[in-house]
Design a protein around this ligand. Structure first.
Ligand code: UDX
Length: 437
């Protein structure tokens, strides 16, 4: 099939290459010429395991362009542009609106437009007013991919969700998308067909549930901190209950990234607009608990070191999660910035995030007190404390004795509860976890 993918960020670029992997002929379209140039050359514009290899493997069926008219040859058009957080907390629909506006003149009768972006409920219904006059069909097919596992999640998803219009149009749209995903469906992937509103809600509901699970365990970490309990053992113990499950119960400095924080805020904003704000008011607590985790690290360091003014602090981790270079709403980078604002000299190390962070640090006017590197040994040399802010494997595998020998003071704050605390204590470290001693 001939497919266009509008928007070539994490979601769109991976989706485009994955569709080519399924055997389709794909054109990826984005307004950013540098991004398109890079993709056209087979170079991933962001760090995502397996994506470079997929780009190369699918090169013969995959092209990229900046002009929307390149979509005219395709019959199925995926809209995968970003919906960032607007100033009032709601989802900013500028990119979705302009993608549809730009695409409409190039649509032909019988084409299928498939929305993948995370949008407030009611969006598909609203956009169908622009798409329907072209005799093309619109459906919503939310994406659940995790960064770091984007390729795997796209080609082997837990489920496929189809939001369709009522009646025969819905059946036609379903049949076309089934053809696109034939290889995935052949693996017995569950496929759920529902109306637009439900499909739009599924995505934000899933992310809200995950965010709630993380904030729940972080609330338990706050509780554990004042009682001497261990939140890690608590999570293990409740996680054995299959109704609860152990995944997403890792306490620490909380969630960040381009999805969870903005999606819960957008969900609250839309619920308020619809007059049911009360139903989702608990998500404000989820957000508050999450943001408190970032100050907790600064508080622990202040408890241990007294004033942070003039102290040297190493932070391992800048990206919002391991195996990613994404620094959007990263708790690790927020903490490094707060430490620098408290007067400390901070060196942040990250295998991937060290570079993209520099522009943001400059914009924040913190370049003099906060530097970044990909060398985590250099970062820790002479430091009064080490903060683990992103649980990269390379950090977890470090030898505590070696690291201790490089530091001025042996103090580690394990913001992700990911170190072997006994080994670090045995190496002479004062170890502070998040809700565990
Ligand atoms: C998330 C959803 O998982 C995905 O389905 C959706 O499509 C996009 O948003 P992603 O943002 O890639 O994916 O990251 P995820 O793995 O969910 O982690 C989000 C944040 O939660 C990270 O900052 C991570 O460090 C944090 N987290 C995760 C915890 O603090 N504790 C946990 O137990 C799990």
């Amino acid at each position: 099939m001939k497919i266009s993918v509008i928007g070539c960020g994490y979601l769109g670029a991976v989706h485009a290459a994955s569709m080519a992997e399924l055997g389709h002929e794909v054109i990826g379209i984005d307004v950013d010429p540098a991004r398109i140039e890079s993709l056209q050359q087979g170079i991933a514009p962001f760090h995502e395991p397996g994506f470079d290899a997929l780009l190369k493997k699918t090169a013969s069926r995959l092209t990229f362009a900046t002009d929307m008219s390149s979509a005219a040859d395709a019959n199925v058009h995926f809209v995968a542009v970003g919906t960032p957080q607007a100033a009032d907390g709601s989802a900013d629909m500028t990119f979705v609106n302009s993608a549809i506006e730009g695409l409409v003149p190039h649509l032909s009768e019988g084409d299928l437009v498939v929305g993948k972006s995370t949008v407030p409920v009611g969006t598909a219904e609203r956009l169908s007013a622009s798409v329907t006059p072209t005799a093309a069909l619109l459906m919503w097919n939310p994406e659940f991919l995790r960064e770091g596992f984007a390729v795997e999640d796209t080609l082997s998803p837990d489920r496929l969700v189809y939001g369709v219009p009522e009646g025969t149009d819905g059946d036609t749209a379903t049949a076309v998308l089934d053809e696109v995903y034939a290889e995935i469906l052949a693996k017995d992937t569950p496929r759920l067909v529902m109306n637009f509103a439900t499909a739009e809600l599924v995505k934000v509901a899933a992310n809200s549930f995950l965010a709630t699970k993380i904030s729940f365990i972080n609330a338990m970490a706050e509780r554990a901190d004042v009682t001497g309990a261990s939140v890690t053992q608590l999570a293990d113990a409740i996680g054995y209950d299959t109704r609860i499950g152990r995944r997403f119960l890792n306490a620490g400095i909380g969630f960040g990234g381009g999805c969870l924080p903005k999606d819960i805020r957008g969900f609250i904003a839309r619920a308020e607009e619809l007059g049911v704000g009360k139903a989702l008011s608990f998500l404000k607590d989820v957000d508050d608990i999450n943001m408190r985790r970032r100050t907790r690290v600064v508080d622990v360091l202040t408890e241990e070191l007294g004033s942070l003014d003039g102290k040297t602090i190493a932070v391992w981790g800048i990206s919002f999660k391991p195996d990613s270079d994404d620094i959007r709403d990263s708790p690790a980078l927020d903490i490094a910035e707060s430490l620098a604002r408290s007067g400390a000299t901070v060196v942040s190390a990250d295998p991937e995030g060290w570079k993209p962070a520099q522009a943001r640090i400059e914009r924040a006017g913190l370049s003099a007190s906060l530097t970044t590197t990909d060398n985590h040994h250099a970062a820790v040399t002479g430091a009064d404390a080490l903060v683990i802010a992103t649980e990269w494997k390379v950090f977890q595998e470090e030898d505590a004795t070696t690291i201790g020998s490089l530091m001025a003071q042996k103090l580690v704050v394990d913001g992700r509860n990911c170190l072997d605390s006994d080994a670090w204590k045995a190496a002479g470290f004062r170890y502070r976890g998040m809700g565990r001693a």
